[in-house]
Write a protein that binds this ligand. Structure first.
Ligand SMILES: C[S@@+](CC[C@H](N)C(=O)[O-])C[C@H]1O[C@@H](n2cnc3c(N)ncnc32)[C@H](O)[C@@H]1O
Length: 369
């Protein structure tokens, strides 16, 4: 992303009124931030420019300002007053397509203190945690505020999102990002600095919160405070980066006794290359962001139903030594091991030419013996 030195800082940007005349003369009102996402390009709008190589540059429109590269420049005034989707040509004849960034573009280019929840995961969280308009949602930590924006859009102006972040510097970054995106403070948003376990009891009566979203290193430390705040049937969704966190979290959710059986998943998005006859998956993808786990708050005094499908023998080893079967791996026969070992020693043609299985060591999981 390229930023220009001559445009005003986000904090100096004029905030847009919530009701404004459109290009057709109609007044538009409605949801916070909606008006600044439509209509002709205006002073103060963030605009994403795509150059002929597909590179993105984000600028904030200001009268009299110019967008420079080492190959020419153009005046912002050439874009102000024009519709989104216009193409502007610089002094060297290079063309740029101008569009307002979508939330997903904004999140990936905004200033970050902590790692952000990627748009693909934010979408999963909103859908799978059933964040609905009017919902009362609590979120921690806030980090850079990326997820907060998706949650605010989902709860709407008449819902409530209370975001808790223990680092004041991160909370400041998040506030700046969220207010820049919505063009000012969002009426449904409150932001508190502190630890979730300390803050949550002070902001929510027991049993009054519809949804809790935890994106932090050790969400299991907050299962107690969350269980108190959640309404019966309320959803807890946690986002963790590693399998070790996921495992610890799942076991602690089960052990707590106030939650239903947890459900976990991850999502992978593979972009596609679209050019003539070369329509295929892109060679590169983001292979890992995080795992999501959801669970529901049981009614007080209710024990989780006994699980019909019991964990496999050895799923919870009493001894410290883990066996491959504990991790769900299919046993590999001695015969197969002997054969593979022999083949490796002699470098059989199969070993040299077979496509590499990127998912793990070749010996495991493919035994038909
Ligand atoms: C990965 S970041 C969150 C990113 C954020 N969801 C986003 O999309 O931008 C994790 C944050 O959790 C905060 N945090 C960790 N434990 C916390 C706790 N117990 N209470 C409040 N915040 C906490 C950290 O300071 C950090 O900013």
């Amino acid at each position: 992303m390229t930023h220009e030195p001559e445009v005003p800082a986000a904090s100096e940007m004029p905030t847009e009124p919530q009701v404004r005349a459109t290009s057709t003369g109609h007044q538009t009102g409605g949801a916070t931030g909606a008006d600044q996402r439509r209509g002709l390009l205006r002073t103060g709008d963030k605009v994403q420019l795509t150059d002929p190589r597909g590179r993105l540059h984000t600028i904030t429109l200001a009268p009299g300002a110019t967008f420079h590269t080492h190959r020419g420049y153009f005046a912002h005034d050439d874009l102000i007053g024009r519709p989104e989707g216009s193409v502007v040509r610089n002094t060297a004849g290079i063309e740029y397509l101008a569009l307002r960034p979508l939330l997903s573009d904004y999140v990936l280019s905004m200033p970050r203190g902590a790692a952000v929840v990627y748009p693909k995961d934010a979408g999963q969280i909103v859908a799978m945690a059933d964040i609905f308009p009017g919902a009362r949602v609590v979120e921690a930590g806030v980090g850079s505020g990326a997820l907060s924006m998706s949650l605010l859009r989902a709860v709407g102006d008449h819902g409530s999102l209370h975001s808790i972040e223990r680092r004041e510097d991160f909370a400041d970054i998040a506030r700046g990002n969220v207010e820049t995106f919505f063009g000012g403070p969002h009426p449904a948003w409150e932001l508190s600095v502190g630890d979730l376990a300390d803050v949550l009891p002070t902001i929510a009566e027991p049993g009054t919160v519809d949804r809790v979203v935890l994106d932090m290193l050790a969400p299991w430390e907050n299962l107690g405070a969350t269980a108190v705040a959640l309404a019966p049937g309320g959803v807890l969704v946690c986002y963790v980066a590693t399998t070790t966190q996921l495992s610890r979290l799942a076991e602690d959710v089960r052990a707590d006794g106030r939650y239903a059986e947890p459900v976990a998943w991850e999502s992978m998005v593979r972009g596609w290359h679209l050019e003539g006859l070369a329509v295929r998956p892109q060679h590169r993808m983001i292979g890992h962001t995080g795992f999501l786990l959801t669970t529901r708050r049981l009614a007080d005094g209710t024990a989780p139903p006994e699980r019909k499908r019991r964990p496999a023998k050895g799923a919870y080893p009493e001894e410290s030594q883990w066996l491959p079967e504990d991790l769900g791996e299919r046993p590999v026969s001695e015969k197969k091991i002997r054969r593979v070992r022999r083949d490796v020693g002699h470098g059989t043609p199969t070993d040299q030419t077979a496509p590499t299985d990127q998912s793990g060591p070749g010996v495991q999981g493919d035994s038909t013996d």
